[in-house]
Write a protein that binds this ligand. Sequence first.
Ligand code: ISL
Length: 585
Amino acid sequence: MTISSEHPETEPKWWKETTIYQIYPASFKDSNNDGWGDMKGITSKLEYIKGLGVDTIWVCPFYDSPQDDMGYDVSNYEKVWPRYGTNEDCFELIDKTHKLGMKFITDLVINHCSTEHAWFKESRSSKTNPKRDWFFWRAPKGYDEHGKPIPPNNWKSFFGGSAWTFDETTNEFYLRLFASRQADLNWENEECRKAIYESAVGFWLDHGVDGFRIDTAGLYSKRPGLPDSPIFDESSELQHPNWGSHNGPRIHEFHQELHKFMKDRVKDGREIMTVGEVAHGSDNALYTSAARYEISELFSFGHVDVGTSPFFRYNKVPFSLKQWKEAIASNFLFINGTDSWATTYIENHDQPRSISRFGDDSPKYRNVSGKLLALLECSLTGTLYIYQGQELGQVNFKDWPIEKYEDVDVKTNYGIIKREFGENSKEMKKFLEGIALISRDHARTPMPWSREETNAGFTGPDAKPWYFLNESFQQGINVEEESKDGASVLNFWKRALQARRENKELMVYGYDFQFIDLESNKLFSFTKEYESKTLFAALNFSGEQTEFRAPKEDSSLSFVLGNYDDVDASSRVLKPWEGRLYYAN
Ligand code: ISL
């Protein structure tokens, strides 16, 4: 590959070209029939993953944890949670991943740790403890008429309610932007930062990991003084925490320091990649500029947040295809002609199933709209991420009562709405509609390996899976059946990933992205370039037959891949949810 001097972003790197498969350890594969997925379970399925055409795995937090937030509440960074196995099991997993020619990425949850972590226990013990300043302790603002302490500021937790928890040991509050037992670490304290690097990063680098997915990577530098947030949401006393915690004054400095720690720690020359969860950064190009030595790439949320209220994610709001197209493009447009890099993803453990949101999950169109989403993902510039089950065309579970939801975010908000408005209120009705579409639980049901076996082959027939299975495994959405079916979403993903590898210059590194028919609310159509080559995508995101136009009147199109088997590549009419990729000249 030659690098165009006008497009430094095309400088080849393993972590740009790789496709990353995200594993949620609790729900992937159980090897010992205790109902929880585990390290050995993942190891036993590495060949399956490799067979997809994927070459990196990212495993969500598997560290010791009380599991208030499914492991995003770490109580010991250097120990595997016993239900997931032993450290040795994890080292074996890393080793086998490497032997199969793949890379291993681990999750780095360092904005906060569990209140069960030894650091927090020490910090909480007294106001004069040497680790007191490793967390954000503040006196109450005052006491209300019932003598209840008032939190130090008006920040709301990402999971609802105040971002502060009162601790009676010293009668002070600690800051926790997520669940009550996920205490925010104070990155202003240098000793604390060094301890984080050593324990959460150094330990795993020493054990051979190839990179990190950095959780909540925009939150480490809080607004100095932790002042009250201005009122953005008039309907609430508590305000979204982003204003006080996101993209703070020292955030880039902290990432540079972390990057340097990694570089100095690795002695065998391997190139570590990092992907930061930045959500809504205004300076994405700064975070990911190669010359600035911060992070390799980042996840933005614009395209997965469409259709949800910025004040409360479970309030659905209308959105247009145009809006979604623009949000998707903003994930990579900022790298054009720079030395930055981008990601492309549509599902993860915090998102519902993409077919249910952006395709059509009815039996008639599930298969073809799932393939359409695969075509879109595989043709976009940036490192590609696939979330477990996405390759099967998994859909949201249907009509589950509230009792079957498990996520701390759902449970916390359910409790708040019930208390404030009541079980039969219109607010509750809206919330229940919201979670049916948006809840993180849709992504977290156990992986369906087969139809016939009890528990879909996720765990033994006599075991009780930690979470309910999505009934869709009995409707053909499972690995065993889809592997045998040439027309399955699974086999289409394999073909699409192969096409991405074979055409990586255009598909992975393509630049100068242009929309065709941006105004159309049915068509997602675009071109991108690499030297003299042009990739043209015509994707029909509607259930109606739709005509498309070529990029130029006289373009000659040569067909690359489409999601209908009986395709007439010369026709300009797309069937419902049909998509085609062409080279255009
Ligand atoms: O998904 C969300 C709420 O339901 C987001 O606000 C999400 O919590 C946010 O994107 C941060 O996510 C990451 O950190 C959280 C953890 O719960 C998520 O699973 C993780 O991806 C706290 O560690």
